[in-house]
Design a protein around this ligand. Structure first.
Ligand SMILES: Cc1ncc(COP(=O)(O)O)c(C=O)c1O
Length: 415
């Protein structure tokens, strides 16, 4: 039951960079197992933002004075770093948004309302986060677009054998999570993208739980759009990314309108700036974008294949350790090679909220509830689960602490 050491990865060293991990919760050292909700931040990211606020801070794209130019330059550099991180061919394919939710809404409002008409079909999956569910539900209700779902197989993977039946000529768009935030299931995007493209449909990948945890190459995937949030990958809140193919971004109308996104405005009308500015109305969250650039530098230095390997090993250990506990049911695939860093489970006779509250008293932070995936929970016949999720700074001893915390909760609640 010993976890194999991932040689390239020095977790003790990494933890030194994360001030919040040194904090206490209820008098116990914090065991932070909720990175799927949001990750902690390293000093390097905090310092990058602090540095801007203390020195060159000025609004971007607006001034000819030096600090505005330097801020603009740093913002542009952040875009280039993120493009490189996901292997987009140009920085202009990276649009800064607030988070993945905004990226997916942008697509539903701009692409969906412009290109989809009554009778068209959108294919989703049963395991989507609400962020990739609700915008399409609203579109369907408003425009008479039909939604169809790739079903869940009993092992927690998507049943892709249904694709030939689902991908009919009316399907114009397919959208799915690269990694499930509840089951941890990793879906190989190419298995959906290739058949979807073969029928002429466009494909959106919700990469919120993938981009922080594994190498992502949008050119190799050949996805049309890829969305993710900065705050789940060491970056600050308020910044996220929408990647899109240039010909699609060019053809799409703006989502929000106002300053910074126009070419010219007259009393009679307006024309739009080129991408990405067309989709970045108003003062952007440029300090946060610079912070996300620093986060990407941090992850790149660790190497994303090593990040993935570290988490795969933690998940393997977590699956092994938790499956030893009586009354505990693990959800999702049992094979760690097709699992991301989220481990959801139920414990017989204990409501997840009670379990989460008792774990909190032990200093252990886990997520409980439906994790913004109610349709998935309905498919599983559950209303709530507990979820532990791992990242670069987690260690096997924290998996042990979780297992011991669950055993203690069982003793408290079952006595
Ligand atoms: C798979 C997935 N998609 C989308 C989101 C939405 O992310 P955000 O709340 O940062 O917009 C999440 C957040 O947990 C997620 O896990």
């Amino acid at each position: 039951m010993v976890m194999e050491k991932v040689m390239t990865f020095d977790v003790e060293r990494i933890r030194e960079d994360f001030p919040a991990l040194k904090s206490m919760m209820h008098g116990k050292p914090l065991v932070y197992l909720d990175s799927a909700a949001s990750s902690q931040k390293p000093e390097q990211v905090i310092a990058a933002m602090d540095q801007v606020y203390r020195t060159v801070y000025a609004n971007v794209h607006r001034g000819v004075y030096t600090n505005s130019e330097v801020s603009t330059e740093l913002y542009d550099q952040a875009r280039a770093k993120i493009a490189h991180f996901i292997n987009a061919s140009t920085p202009e394919q990276v649009i800064f948004v607030r988070n993945a939710t905004e990226a997916l809404n942008l697509l539903a409002y701009s692409y969906g309302r412009h290109f989809l008409k009554e009778g068209d079909e959108v294919v989703l999956t049963q395991l989507e986060h609400h962020a990739n569910f609700v915008p399409w539900l609203v579109l369907a209700q408003e425009r008479g677009v039909k939604l169809k779902y790739i079903p869940l197989a009993s092992d927690g993977t998507l049943d892709l054998s249904t694709l030939p039946e689902l991908l009919t000529p009316r399907v114009k768009l397919v959208t799915f999570a690269h990694v499930s935030n509840v089951l941890g299931t990793i879906t190989d995007p190419r298995l959906i993208i290739e058949p979807a493209h073969a029928i002429g449909a466009r494909v959106i990948v919700d990469g919120c739980q993938a981009a922080p945890h594994m190498p992502v190459d949008v050119q190799e995937l050949d996805c049309d759009f890829y969305a993710f949030s900065g705050h789940k990958m060491l970056g600050p809140t308020g910044i996220g990314v929408l990647y899109g193919k240039p010909e699609l971004l060019d053809a799409m109308p703006p989502f929000l309108t106002g300053g910074d996104m126009i070419n010219s405005v007259s009393m009679e009308g307006a024309t739009w700036a080129d991408v990405p500015a067309k989709f970045e109305a108003g003062t952007p969250a440029f300090v946060q974008a610079i912070g996300l650039g620093a986060a990407v530098d941090y992850l790149t230095a660790l190497r994303m294949d090593a990040v993935r390997e570290h988490e795969r090993e933690l998940v393997r250990y977590g699956l092994e350790r938790l499956s030893e506990l009586s009354g505990l049911t693990l959800l999702g695939p049992t094979d760690p090679s097709i699992r991301g860093g989220a481990l959801s489970f139920t414990v017989k006779g204990i409501h997840p909220h009670d379990l989460g509250t008792l774990l909190d008293r032990e200093g252990i932070a886990v997520r409980t509830g439906h994790h913004c995936a109610q349709p998935l929970h309905t498919c599983l016949g559950l209303t709530a689960t507990a979820r532990a999720s791992f990242y670069i700074y987690n260690e096997p001893r924290e998996v042990d602490a979780l297992a011991e915390g669950i055993e203690k909760a069982k003793r408290v609640l079952h006595k």
